[in-house]
Design a protein around this ligand. Sequence first.
Ligand code: PLP
Length: 397
Amino acid sequence: MLKEEIIQSNKDYFMDVFSGRVPIVVDKGEGIKIYDKEGNEYLDFLAGIAVNALGHSHPKVNEAIKEQVDKVIHCSNIYYIEPQAKLNKLLVENSVGDKVFYGNSGAEANEGAIKLARKYFKVQNKDRYEVITTTKSFHGRTLATIAATGQEKYQKSFIPLPEGFKAVPYNDLEALKEAVSDQTAAIMVEPIQGEGGINVATQKYLQGVRQLCDKEGILLILDEIQTGLGRTGKLFGYEHYGIEPDIFSLAKALGNGVPVSAFLAKEEVANAFKPGDHGSTFGGNPLACAAAYSTLSTILDENLVEHAARIGNYFQTRLQDLVEKYDIVDSVRGKGLIIGLEVNIDANEIVNTAFEKGLLINAVSDTTLRFVPPLIVQENDIDQAVGILEEIIAEKN
Ligand SMILES: *Cc1c(COP(=O)(O)O)cnc(C)c1O
């Protein structure tokens, strides 16, 4: 099919829900590069929205996937499989979680986390069901997760929403304390708000949230879907804060592009789930687990977490130079390789020009550019990306 036909076919047959789709037909990817059907090359600093942690077509992950495809793709959680057993152990041994459950998307992992929090209090005969979240958060697109997402734009067309969610401002411990009631089951936050603008939780805030949960006997759920698995320069975002969540969710980077998500919980919490309480047909199937196992073991074996911390600092330093040099660039935010650049012009204009110059990025607000490149990104890639950005910015300044 021709590029124009592919785009037109989408307009004709695919539901029109994605705003600002970029006119590129992706054909293949390799490392941090993406190629379209005409053979044009793009530097991928979006990584499928923080998904392709190991870049595209990673040889180890692709090999693991191919090997699994030829054995068995799916068989149901009614049976036991080795790839899941290996992944369970790897996730638990490298995190503060004791038990894991798999789903297919971030939203599904968060739904499971919320169900587990409710069940935890149900088995104690306590009437605690409410989950307090934060404004500008993003937890997914299902009904319960848009109820959890503290942004009206995702909610307003779909009311009534499931009950038991309340959002208060991020990084505001006092607001959280005031919101806690006898019905509160959990507080759910992102260590860094991704979709909401790359807003980083302060040390004082997340530590305070942990203390508040301990004091009130409620659960702390961390949504690590975007921050997890090395992106922040630690394997999990919570490691920056010296705290442990009771439940946390993972998704984006977990399968390097194969759909797989997970939520993990402390033993005592996880034990609230009994046979029949939760499930998933596809979740944690052989293919998904083989992809996730090889992704996570590669991240660990190749020290990509340390690399993300180091190269992320380099990236932030280069972006800080732009802040100092140009009036239209205001500030840099983030940790490791989850970075926001605040500008005071239309961020989407920069995104579109960057695309024309061969750099894929996106904007998470009208004035915030987001950079979430693969963790394997190197200094020369960053130099190239910053070079393109500077060209655009210098022209608009
Ligand atoms: C992307 C994201 C989700 C939703 O994940 P889906 O796979 O799109 O359902 C939830 N929480 C956070 C923090 C995310 O970044």
